[in-house]
Every structure is written in structure tokens, then in C-alpha cells.
Ligand binder design. Structure first.
Ligand SMILES: *Cc1c(COP(=O)(O)O)cnc(C)c1O
Length: 239
């Protein structure tokens, strides 16, 4: 993918600033509703398909963390942006991509196999801080989705929790898309229960996107990954 294709959802600084304000109000309201402090919910802007200009606008608004799904696209952007940014890899990760992820990212949210965790561990530069990882759970049990099955989470966690160079922070999910808040909330509640049962000391629940952040916050999300509500709709060929 080249830089020239990455303009589908470019927004002006003004647009992003307005969307950010609206988003912060949504988060605040959801936290109030849930009896939570909004300081306990981190916003991860998801900048896949956004061009460098758009990320610079977001950076100027004070955003310092970005989530990316496509490795080559992310690496190309990183070289053109300030180095005070925390980069989160949130897309599917194949074995041949682990080296670049281990070298250039601060977080990987999409670890769902021991093999991938072992490679990230071995490939994390010794001089770097531990790579923060989340274990991705296929919470809705969809055949097409990545993620470890809930029943296999405990085994995966015990296989990866002590690997050098990694710090297992929590769980991530991409649940079945539904516009029904009750159905959204069921998946998020199941995630929270899994975390509490399997890895109670892990602080992070990476769950909730533009369409379901309220349900996620109600069930204890500590990190919401937001693309559309901040950067606008993406081109059709990007999900
Ligand atoms: C694209 C994406 C998001 C953001 O989705 P929006 O609905 O645009 O907020 C969050 N998480 C993952 C893993 C994604 O791929």
C-alpha cells in the first residue's frame, strides 16, 4: 500500500477536533452512566487508512497513541511522524510480520497463538522495554474471526505469561457486530468474566469501538479503539 491511497478519510484538523470533543463527551457520559471515572478508560485512536497529514492533525490535538492494522502502512507512517508516539498493532499478525511488529511497536493487541508470542518474545530487541501484549479472544465464536477460543485462553496465558521481552497486559476482542446494546454487552461481560477468572491481575480490557463503546465501558473496558468516530468513514475496501 502506498501513501497516495491513504486519503479516504483524511479530515481537517477542525473536523478531527470537533469529533474528538464529541467523542470525549460520549466517553464521559458512558462513564457517568457506569459509575466509572473516565480517567480509567484510555482512548486509542485507530488510524488505519489515514494519511500522515491526518495523523499530524491528531498529534497536534495532543493524541500520542495510534492503533494500526497493516504493518507496511504503519511502518511507512512512523518514519514521518514524531517519535513520542506509542504505536499499537491491532490487526491480524502472521509469523512473517512478527519481527517488524516486535521492533517497531509498543503494543500488540492481537496475539492469539503461542507461536506468535514466542516469535515476538525472541525478536523484541534486548534494549527495548517489554512489548505490551493483549491476548485476542474470539468471544462470539465466529468461524471467520481471529482470536483464541475462550476455553483455550488459560492454556495460552500460562504458555506466554513468563516469556522474556513481553508483558501480558490483558485481553482484546472484536465481537460480533450488532446494533443491539444488550447483545453487545453480553460479549463484553463475557470478556470481563474471562479476565477475572483466568488472569485477574491483568489490568487491560481492550474492547469497544465507534459503534459499541458505551456497552464496552459499561462492562469494564479500559481501552477503547476508535477509528470512524474520530477520523470519519473509511473507504469501502477497508474494514
Ligand atoms: C478498525 C478497527 C477498530 C476501529 O473501528 P471503528 O468502528 O472505526 O471505530 C478497532 N479495532 C480493530 C481491531 C479494528 O480493526
Amino acid at each position: 500500500m502506498t501513501g497516495t491511497t491513504l486519503s479516504a478519510n483524511a479530515g481537517t484538523g477542525n473536523q478531527i477536533s470537533q469529533r474528538l470533543e464529541q467523542l470525549q463527551q460520549r466517553i464521559e457520559k458512558a462513564c457517568q452512566h457506569a459509575g466509572r471515572n473516565s480517567r480509567d478508560v484510555s482512548l486509542l485512536p485507530v488510524s488505519k487508512t489515514c494519511n500522515v497529514q491526518t495523523l499530524k492533525c491528531a498529534w497536534e490535538l495532543g493524541l500520542r497513541q495510534f492503533g494500526e492494522n497493516y504493518l507496511q502502512e504503519a511502518l511507512a507512517k512512523m518514519t514521518q511522524l514524531p517519535d513520542d508516539i506509542g504505536w499499537h498493532f491491532i490487526g491480524p499478525l502472521q509469523s512473517n510480520k512478527t519481527q517488524a511488529a516486535a521492533q517497531h511497536f509498543d503494543w500488540v493487541h492481537s496475539v492469539d497463538r503461542e507461536k506468535i508470542a514466542r516469535r515476538l518474545s525472541a525478536q523484541r530487541p534486548a534494549t527495548a522495554q517489554a512489548l505490551n501484549i493483549c491476548l485476542q479472544v474470539n468471544i462470539s465464536g465466529e468461524a471467520s474471526k481471529a482470536g483464541v477460543a475462550p476455553d483455550h485462553l488459560a492454556a495460552l496465558y500460562s504458555a506466554v505469561r513468563d516469556l522474556p521481552g513481553l508483558s501480558v497486559k490483558g485481553l482484546m476482542c472484536l465481537p460480533l457486530a450488532s446494533s443491539d446494546p444488550k447483545i453487545q454487552q453480553q460479549s463484553f461481560r463475557a470478556m470481563r468474566e474471562l479476565r477475572d477468572n483466568v488472569m485477574p491481575d491483568a489490568p487491560v480490557l481492550s474492547m469497544g469501538m465507534s459503534a459499541d463503546l458505551e456497552a464496552a465501558i459499561a462492562e469494564g473496558s479500559t481501552l477503547i479503539r476508535i477509528g470512524t468516530a474520530l477520523f470519519g468513514p473509511r473507504a469501502q475496501n477497508h474494514t
